[in-house]
Design a protein around this ligand. Structure first.
Ligand code: DC
Length: 223
């Protein structure tokens, strides 16, 4: 069997990573790893204010978490302790909880091991904040997507609406701004493009335009 190959897709909240990662996974018939969902699932399981716990308590709680990935393409299914993660974790509130726990070095270390373990056996589109810089630095194909804050809030608004989770646009802009600031400025594995990543500003591109560019660049790397 060929060694698994990894495509990394990093960028801030609301840039369209999940939608694009699923489409890419379908296109290349490989699995899709949503590492944001791993942080969201962790925060959801540990609960509100867990980011203020003592280190021992956090370490103990992390031992009780096991993530598994099954399936392929947009049908890839991420489970926590055997239970598939659902839209319950998709609110902006849980997003902020995830960003809060994501600052804790022990949580990042735990996630690094879990994510690399999945990548050892499975070809992946790995989507998150530090896929290209920290988790899979040897990945042959790395992308970093960006877009204006307002445009990202608009995209997230539509996404939440689709999940029947209505949001207030101004509140969303502030929530995403706060989360981005925290993700970009944390000490461990801050959000930033890997030096060898292809950076795409998607502010003025539609989803098909970005998708086609990603496919083109990926095929170029692998052909
Ligand atoms: O991609 P998302 O919005 O579902 O991510 C939720 C939070 O999880 C994000 O604000 C920061 C954290 N995260 C991270 O620190 N590293 C990753 N690789 C993915 C997500």
């Amino acid at each position: 069997m060929d060694a698994p190959f990894i495509i990394t897709l990093d960028g801030p909240a609301g840039v369209g990573k999940s939608t694009l990662a699923k489409r890419l996974a379908d296109r290349f018939e490989i699995a899709y790893l949503d590492t944001g969902a791993m942080f969201r699932g962790t925060a959801w399981k540990l609960g509100e204010n867990s980011w203020d716990w003592e280190a021992d308590r956090i370490a103990q709680a992390l031992k009780g978490l096991e993530f598994t990935l099954s399936g392929s393409g947009s049908g890839s299914c991420l489970s926590l302790n055997g239970v598939p993660l659902t839209d319950e974790i998709r609110t902006e509130t849980v997003g902020m909880w995830a960003s809060n726990v994501a600052k804790i070095p022990a949580v990042r270390e735990y996630q690094k091991i879990a994510q690399r373990l999945i990548g050892e056996t499975t070809s992946l589109i790995a989507e998150g904040r530090d896929m290209g810089t920290v988790i899979f630095p040897q990945a042959p194909c790395k992308f970093f997507l960006d877009a204006d804050l307002e445009e990202r809030a608009r995209r997230r608004f539509l996404q939440l609406q689709e999940m029947s989770k209505p949001a207030d646009m101004n509140e969303l802009i502030e929530q995403i701004r706060a989360r981005d600031d925290q993700d970009r400025n944390r000490k461990v594995a801050p959000l930033r493009p890997a030096e060898d990543s292809i950076i795409i500003d998607t502010s003025n591109l539609d989803i098909d335009g970005v998708f086609n560019r990603l496919v083109f660049e990926t095929e170029k790397k692998f052909n």
